[in-house]
Design a protein around this ligand. Structure first.
Ligand code: RB5
Length: 152
């Protein structure tokens, strides 16, 4: 029986118009979507959702994470504060593939104000389906080492 992969999903208010459609798209692809919010109120703070999704990813409760805000940038900055998170903004199909293949990204960050819904969905699909290439491991280990050296 095929394993159903879980995806941690979070957005802020900027992605309100597209969030349900993106979730449906992921479900149609066969993923189980764990939705960590937007809270449903008028506006919210993207770090709250970035943190929840990143925590789920690094604790391996899910396969990978998807974060959407206005540009993807705030989400990536916040998510990357969580030890073990590699959250990358992707601005086209190539970067969606390369962050998985070369950078070992475990979270994709996208912008609802900088991409169409179809671009957002397609980038997520590519990111989720692309595997890490082990020949890049040494570089990721060096990033982990920098993380380990941080105080606190
Ligand atoms: C919210 O208006 C906006 O600042 C946020 O969605 C995001 O683009 C930040 O990086």
């Amino acid at each position: 029986m095929k394993e159903i992969k879980k995806i941690a999903f979070g957005t802020d208010h900027a992605a309100l118009d597209i969030r349900e459609n993106v979730k449906e798209y992921l479900k149609d692809l066969g993923y189980e979507v764990i939705d960590f919010g937007f809270c449903g109120c008028g506006s919210c703070d993207y770090p709250d959702y970035a943190f929840k999704v990143a925590e789920a990813v690094v604790s391996r409760k899910v396969y990978k994470g998807v974060l959407i805000c206005g540009t993807g940038i705030g989400m990536s900055i916040a998510a990357n504060k969580v030890k073990g998170a590699i959250a990358a903004v992707c601005w086209d199909e190539d970067t969606a593939r390369l962050v998985a293949q070369h950078n070992g990204a475990n979270i994709i960050c996208l912008g609802s104000r900088t991409a169409t819904i179809s671009e957002v969905c397609h980038r997520i699909k590519i990111f989720l389906e692309t595997l890490f290439e082990e020949r890049h491991s040494q570089r990721i280990e060096k990033i982990r080492h920098i993380e380990e050296m941080q105080v606190g």
